[in-house]
Structures are given as C-alpha cells and as structure tokens.
Write a protein that binds this ligand. Sequence first.
Ligand code: HSE
Length: 308
Amino acid sequence: MNTDSIKIFAPATVANVSCGFDVLGFCLDTIGDEMVIRKTSQKGIFISKIEGYDLPFEAEKNVAGVSALALLKDAQLDHGFELEIYKNIKPGSGVGSSAASAVGSVFGMNELLGRPYNKTQLTNFAMKGEALASKCEHADNIAPAIFGGFTLVKSVAPLEILQLPTPKDLFAVIIHPQIEIKTAEARAILPKNIALQDAITQWSNVGSLVHALHTNDYELLSKSLIDVVVEPFRSQLIPHFDAVRQSALGHGALGCGISGSGPSIFSLCFGNENAQSVAKAIKNIYFETGISFEVYVSKINTEGIKIL
Ligand code: HSE
C-alpha cells in the first residue's frame, strides 16, 4: 500500500431513528461518498477535486476541509494533506451527506498518520465540519459513520459515544424525494420547549428501542420507533410523508420515520424480502406524485467508514 495516499468509503447514515433526536443513528452500506487523501509536503489542507456536487474548494468553507483543519491544528504536523472528494450523497438529502464529508477527511488522515487518534477523537474533529453545514455540533450522523451499526451519543461535551448492537435481520429502506431541506432550517422550526407528557413518551421509546436492540426484540423495536416530539413539525416539510409512512407500516415495516432532518424517509424492516416489498410499495406512492425520487435498500452497515 502507498502510505502517502489512501482511498476511503464514507457511508451514508440515518440520524434520530424516530425517537432519538440528536442522539441515535445507524449506518447504511449501499450509499456513500469516496475520498482520496494524500500527504503533501506543503502545510495545510488542499482540496484538489470535487465531483458529484458543486461544493466550495476553500478548506475553511468545505465540511471535509473544516474537519481536516481541526485535526491538522491538533496534530501540529510539518506537512499537509490533499483531498479529492467524490460525492454520491446529495447535500440536504437527510442521510448524512455532511457527516460523510466530515468523517472522510479525518478518517483518511488518521490512517495515513498511523492512527494516533481513536474513534471518539475523530468524531470530535468531524463535528467541527458538521457544524459548518448544520450550524450545530451534533454527532448522531458522524458517530454511526465512524463506529458503524447503531450508536447513541451519550453526551457531546465531553463527547461520549455508545455502540449499540445491530440485530442481524434488520434492513433499512430509504426513499429520497429530490427536494432539499437544509438541516439548519429544519432545526429552526422546532419548538424550544416540549410538553412533559411528550417527553415521557419519547424517553420511554428511546429506552425501549435501546433494550430492543440489545435483546433482538423486533416487536419491541417496532413499538419504539415513534417520534412525538420532532416528526409532527418536520413531517410538514416532506410531501406525502403520511402516505409513505402508512404504506410502509401497512406492508409490514417495523417502523418508518424521517431520516435525520429529511426529506429522506427511512423504514426499518425484518429481512431483505420485507424491505424489498416495502420499497416497492412506497415507490408506488411517489410515482403518482410526479416528484422524482431515489429508493435504496440497505443492510445495516456494522463496519462503518472503511479503506477501499
Ligand atoms: N439530529 C440532526 C437533526 C440530524 O435532526 O437535526 C441532522 O441530519
């Protein structure tokens, strides 16, 4: 292997997982970005290529660049890095596009440096990049992208990430209507306070969801995938959300909700066969609307970001 250059796959992720706003997330394996990271003799972060979407080349204005600069500042190196970014995840899609960019650069740099940083430290650097995109340092997309599987952000300061088990028959279906919802805007519409009864329902669901993951209890998982706090507000931004949810549940999905800040909608299913039938059903809903969309079926990716 050329130790001065590395190519990586940075996966898409689903944040919130219905009841776990800003704390829960899981990692996908059929969608993701690629990035080439190279050592340079010159100090600094240099973005030499961006394919897929129109994003800034200046490191300070680019999500991958900002997280790379955070690592570079901490590492006090006498050299720099060049980044080539091949974006497949559309920005503003709700499946962790900015998180994939943010983790890609720091993961690759860490590998080239001989892994001086652990996964939690990499998450911390990547959060700086994520904050550029969403105006808030949240780790619920970054953590599953780095650790793989399901993760829970126990605390942001100090940063503490818990890895949760992934039941082996769990599949995700993602439908991505081709509209853009900016995370910052989807956060701005949320209320600052919530009713105590809603808080009780929500933390009971988070607790039972975590228990269901630990015990492979798909029925309990299904009963826990409910969001009474955020979804009622954000679902209004997503055309035909209720119809998609109803159809997914009607075709046997364990649960269905907004992926991150939307507009993507995720369903969790028992087995690939059920996931394929849910995918087919929700495609039919969107076919009739004239809104273009993409649908992905993915196993939960327990490995996370990886070297190609
Ligand atoms: N937890 C974040 C939010 C994820 O819902 O705003 C953004 O993808």
